[in-house]
Design a protein around this ligand. Structure first.
Ligand SMILES: [Zn+2]
Length: 274
């Protein structure tokens, strides 16, 4: 038997389906849709308004997450308080805090959830050109200070900004992430002064705005199961491949607010740009 006799017919339908799935905007992890975070370098984005719904909402949503050591590895999980529900990790933290033992106080700090924000964004360019508008709307996850800088621009009507998410008269934003370690990582957040129509920008980049959808931020992340959080707390958490593994996070947090410097009102191009 030779090669030609050995090989079978290709299932075109199965390949097409898998290809669609690979390229779907709905790519999900255990924690919901995969979020976009800033890489080292300069990222130009356009924040989008919230998805249309019965009740008015801001263009961002507050989420809480824990970073805790499980079997010696730093793991991330969303905190159920994001969904206004009780969290075993937060509970344990409070119990430890109330005991007032110095060792417990230290541990309780580690169990405290961090506050993050998510928003619908289009990535217009990013370091290494990994993501572009052609990849569709992304769910950006950002820290307190970047969100604060964005909201400052969004509300700064007297300064000539305001409503940065407006589709037709909004502003692109340039985020500069620098530094490699927790101590040196900082973010610059600079609005592009010229107001632009994002629909025109998309068309110019060969992206049909009619094909894009925005996410419902209330529905985009998945609430972790109570039992899984309890298991993580016990430090004996073993991920059940592939469905229940929490996201492993790198040593460098995407944003450490105690160290972050944000220069929100500086419209000059930061030094170091080519
Ligand atoms: Zn919690």
């Amino acid at each position: 038997m030779g090669l030609e006799e050995e090989v079978g017919e290709v299932d075109e339908e199965a390949l097409r389906k898998e290809h669609d799935r690979d390229n779907s905007q709905e790519e999900k992890t255990d924690e919901g849709v995969r979020t976009y975070t800033f890489q080292k370098g300069i990222t130009q984005i356009r924040i989008l308004p919230q998805k249309k719904s019965a009740t008015k909402k801001p263009w961002f949503k507050t989420v809480y997450e824990h970073y805790i050591a499980v079997n010696g590895k730093n793991r991330q999980t969303y905190c159920p308080s994001t969904w206004d529900e009780e969290c075993p990790i937060c509970e344990e933290g409070k119990n430890l805090y109330q005991s007032q033992e110095p060792e417990n106080l230290e541990k309780s700090k580690e169990l405290r959830p961090g506050r993050k924000f998510i928003a619908n964004v289009l990535v217009l360019s990013d370091p290494g050109e990994k993501t572009s508008a052609k990849d569709g709307v992304q769910v950006l996850k950002m820290g307190v200070t970047v969100k604060k800088a964005l909201l400052n621009l969004d509300r700064d009507f007297t300064g000539g900004w305001g409503n940065i998410t407006d589709l037709k008269e909004g502003n692109d934003i340039r985020i500069t992430r620098s530094g490699d370690t927790m101590q040196t990582t900082s973010y610059g957040c600079v609005g592009v002064p010229k107001q632009t129509n994002i629909l025109e920008t998309l068309n110019a980049q060969g992206v049909d705005p009619g094909t894009l959808t925005v996410y419902d931020l209330d529905d985009v992340l998945r609430k972790p199961e109570h039992d899984r959080l309890v298991a993580m707390l016990k430090d004996d958490f073993v991920p059940h491949f592939p469905s229940a593994a929490p996201t492993e996070v790198p040593d460098i947090p995407e944003e450490d607010d105690s160290q972050v410097h944000v220069d929100s009102q500086n419209t000059d191009v930061p030094s170091g740009l080519e």
